[in-house]
Design a protein around this ligand. Structure first.
Ligand code: AHR
Length: 334
């Protein structure tokens, strides 16, 4: 589900000076801010580079599958890479796609800052870019000026929705451990911002520890194990994705506590594993974060090639699962 909206929260103010400084720092020449966006040819096949961040969780696998499935329908010849969780590798994967002269670049930037200069490099090489899922630092590369658009969820709102559920589930009284996503990722920054904003307005709710579990199940389990020892009084967990929440559930059980009873857990993603944990009563709720960007990117690319004006943010709206609706919503899990 996507709606076309122009308005988006400005995380950072655009500063032309810092664009140049950062670009030079990364050893590239900045594209001129005033240059028009590169055009996209209307041809078949269209050579499209999709530079994935990693493939270590169901969310990433579903996202990649969505691009593979749409490629044939959209007339795309897909060039696919996997950065194995390394922002540096994702940059070099994209640089190699630029060198191959792909017609269009589509990627989820693993982190906001390291991936911004390569957007300018693509623009300078005349290759249009669509960012999906995560965004880049807007003070370096700006949607509508340096790349066509950002297609993705409102991560701040996801954090708000997770916090609202937790406030209700705990009666406004909780000691919370927050398991953050990958440091420097827009998904982690904004999910934290949104959640922490609501918690700050509830005096009975305290975040007693907040640490990155890198959006990974085993890292989430390890971090939770350590934090459980330091904070045995914890009564709630907010994990920035389902995989870390499932890792936290394993750690809580290993510590002899009952997830969903002794400790309430709320998370984001709506994976099949997360939904099963809600049905089992171990996970309280999961805000969906849709990974199905392939058809949306195809639609945006086709409209852009025809010369249509594309909004700077193609906003994806997300479902919400808790024990009240999880059983009839299983078809949406991935
Ligand atoms: O950017 C979206 C996040 O990245 C998903 O929540 C997570 O599972 C993935 O790795």
């Amino acid at each position: 589900m996507a709606s076309l909206k122009q308005k988006r929260p400005q995380r950072v103010r655009p500063l032309v000076g810092s664009v140049l400084a950062l670009a030079i720092g990364f050893g590239i020449q900045a594209a001129h801010a005033d240059d028009a966006l590169p055009k996209l040819p209307s041809k078949t096949p269209l050579k499209v580079g999709f530079a994935q961040t990693e493939s270590n969780n169901p969310w990433r696998l579903a996202e990649t599958k969505s691009f593979k499935e749409v490629a044939a329908k959209c007339g795309w010849q897909l060039v696919l890479t996997d950065a194995n969780s390394s922002p540096a590798k994702q940059v070099s994967d994209i640089q190699s796609m630029i060198a191959q002269h792909v017609d269009l670049l589509v990627f989820p930037p693993r982190e906001e800052k390291p991936l911004a200069p390569v957007v300018l490099q693509a623009k300078k090489a005349g290759i249009p870019v669509i960012l999906v899922d995560r965004d880049v630092d807007q003070s370096v590369a700006k949607a509508g000026r340096d790349y066509i658009t950002f297609i993705g969820s409102d991560f701040i709102d996801q954090g708000h929705r997770a916090a609202d559920w937790l406030v209700k589930a705990t009666g406004g009284k909780a000691k919370i451990i927050e398991l953050e996503g990958s440091t420097g990722a827009s998904a982690a920054n904004d999910r934290k911002k949104g959640f922490d904003e609501i918690i700050a307005k509830n005096p009975g709710m305290t975040i007693i520890a907040s640490q990155s579990g890198d959006f990974a199940r085993d890292k989430g389990r390890q971090v939770m194990e350590t934090l459980l020892q330091a904070h045995p009084d914890v009564t709630a967990v907010y994990a920035h994705n389902d995989e870390m929440a499932l890792g936290a559930i394993a750690a809580i059980k290993a510590a002899g506590k009952q997830p969903g009873k002794d400790i309430q857990i709320v998370t984001i993603d709506g994976t099949k594993g997360g939904m099963d944990a809600i049905a089992a009563g171990e996970l309280g709720a999961s805000v969906q974060s849709s990974p199905f960007f392939g058809p949306l990117a195809c639609d945006v690319a086709q409209r852009y090639a025809k010369g249509e004006k594309i909004p700077t943010w193609v906003k994806v709206s997300d479902r919400f699962y808790d024990k009240g609706n999880v059983k009839e919503s299983m078809q949406y899990g991935y």
